[in-house]
Design a protein around this ligand. Sequence first.
Ligand code: NA7
Length: 822
Amino acid sequence: MPDAMVAASLSEATSGGTTQQVDVAVVGAGFAGLYLLHRLRKAGFTTVVLEEADDVGGTWYWNRYPGARCDIQTIDYSYTFDPELESAWKWSEKYATQPEILRYFGFVADRYDLRRDIRFHTRITAATWDQAAERWLLTTNEGATVSCRYYIMATGCLSAPKPPEIDGVKDFKGEVYFTGRWPHEEVKLAGKRVAVIGTGSSGIQSIPLIAEQAAHLTVFQRTPNFALPAHNGPAPADRVALLEGDRASYREQARWSLAGVPWPQQMAVSWQLSDAERRERLDEAWAKGDLVYILTQLWADQGVDVDGNALLADLIREKIHETVKDPETAAALTPHDHPFGAKRPCLDTNYYATYNRPDVTLVNLRQEPIKSITASGIKTDERTFDVDVIVFATGFDAMTGAIMAVHPITGRGGKSLSDVWANGPQTYLGLTVAGFPNLFMITGPGSPSVLSNMAVSIEQHVDWVVDRLIAMRETGFTAIEATETAQAGWARHMADCATLTLHRLANTWYTGANVPGKAQGVMPYTGGVGPYRSICNEVASGGMLGFRLTGPNVAEQCNDGEIVRLQPDVRLVLNMLADMKLPPLESFGAQGARDFLAEFNAARPAGRPVGEVVDGTLPGTDGPLPYRLYRPTTPGPHPIVVYFHGGGWVLGDQESDDPFCRDMCRRTGMIFVSVGYRHAPEHRFPTAAEDGYAATRWIAEHAADLGGKPGPVMVAGWSAGANIAAVTCQLARDRAGPQISGQLLVCPVTDCTFDRPSYSDNATGYFLTRSLMYWFWDLYCSPADRTDPRASPLRGKVRSAARRGCRLRRSHGCRGCAGRAT
Ligand code: NA7
């Protein structure tokens, strides 16, 4: 059927009979669902939104507990799609209360007349893909089914409360409340003995207010959490001025930022700051009361390096001890089991100070776990607490819970989503799932969602999805499905990103660890909002890479592949270089390229401190060669690694890989001696190789003088430096020493042949391009000499096990080196 006819036939949104026919069905009338409805309607798609509650608001409809507020500043936690909406609504506080946020959603629903297409009190009980009709059939709790071409889950990440998993809840004779399902009518706590179980955001926000009302409050804490003062009040003048000064640019910056709030990328690293400077930064952040600021703006390594994080966590721990008077209570409230930020930190108002009240008791469940709930209260291993009210602030089955709550979701070939996700959620971009055509998720697992300002992420997802539906309608496609290749590639990229952060080091709802039996893994995309947006844009501009598109009258389109093949940090650097629009390095000439590199290196962050850095010279074959030695902080003598810098035998010196050498020295606990070998074109082959060998020999002979362990040394190198390291090993073997205990070859050049796949696969777009490699080789070595094993060590006497080329590429999927050796 032509697209126009498909659209025409489906756009009769008849709710006659028992099946409502629509183009698109959306589940959830929260932040995402409302914007979806607005955009879909404007784009001419007939749409119905199915919502379990009796009004709009999503998670803000349900979370009515005392103290419930957003923890992203409200000027940022707002829709931005319509400037008129922005000027029509004024937030009264920096962090709006739940009632105000709910009023906002009501205002939005009224302004765009959204309620008429929302079916309230409606829960989906099953969703089934009909392959023949290319439509989803949704059955609901209230009878009428829905048939839709596209099915979009806008169910939110924190909307399925988790059961408390404590025996005896049903036996309790008093009142029971769940923060995630708080009653609409007033809950009277005055004069009552109240227990709160759970100290995540919901507990931390509600505890101070419950304490003010209750006769006595007992808080049952399993894991202490980091909380920071919100300093609520009017929106900060500086942020408002920034927004109002240039609203469009402020919003645009947010869209391309890491967390969806326009703070710049912090460049200073912790070791560049003194203790006093770090403390000053923390105090400033503490006074600001801004979660995103404190998570991103103190120093660049706080979120990616355990040591950089510990410096910050220690300062926050001090703040807790300054506030809480009783040292034992302060110690119990102080988090020690996770890096700061790896678990969602909370914004509080008087949280820690509440424990100074005589009518508030903290029970540390790590010391006395809850045994059961009884008719009169809560029994731990050591005590019984009689209470009138129990508040469960025990959290959610996050990210997947609300999606899986629609059970079963049956895709192509009768596959059930719960089976497909049995070992953890698998998605492409967090938006789609292979095997489930025309199903989309907004802020699904695999998207930045909960690690970002949800408002920005939601708008981006909705715009991307709706724009794709429009494009499909224009081109005659009626079904879209992610490919397995693309999905597997996304999983790899997700894992690569997560490895660079500290989220994997904490048991949290981000990883599924808070729900017993749930498969564990970092569920949100940790690569940042801006990078994610550019990836989504690349998918679309790259011919819907990773999607199969079909339609009745058009040829199938499947541009299969992985959207991100590079390691995220390599991608970041390459993108930055691409943005600089540099001419090819080889066009500078040798000296020009050296000058450029020196300037480039001067601008990079300094490497980490090590025990000692010593510059010296050693005798080479034709005169002294400079070296730089890096010594660990630990007591020696240490094993020695002789290191050769990269730079195509033409560029660099003993200092040019300084941050890398420091890092290696620190992590391995070995001395690194970086050798300044001579360069081409002034000194062509085999000078660099012979210098490398001579230096290694001298260093091995003088190991003890250098503070190292006498005996064999290791050699290491990067790129052309790795070529020298590999050659050195063979020369040492063939020339009776020195003894080499191992070689570390990072992206090594091991052979002169240019017919390796990497030379064509990765020929352009990299810092190290094919033409740059040609240039390096031409400057270093005449064609006649290139097959000499001192230039192409793969041609020397090597055992087959050594023919593995770049180990990083094989074992860690390194593609940044363009795999020259393979
Ligand atoms: P969270 O952050 O998941 O917090 C739940 C809390 O409940 C947390 O302290 C849990 O301890 C505790 N908990 C959960 N189950 C139990 C049992 N069985 N016994 C004792 N304690 C338990 O949920 P929130 O609702 O507070 O916040 C969710 C997000 O909403 C928040 O991060 C904001 O983004 C908004 P645990 O840490 O698991 O040891």
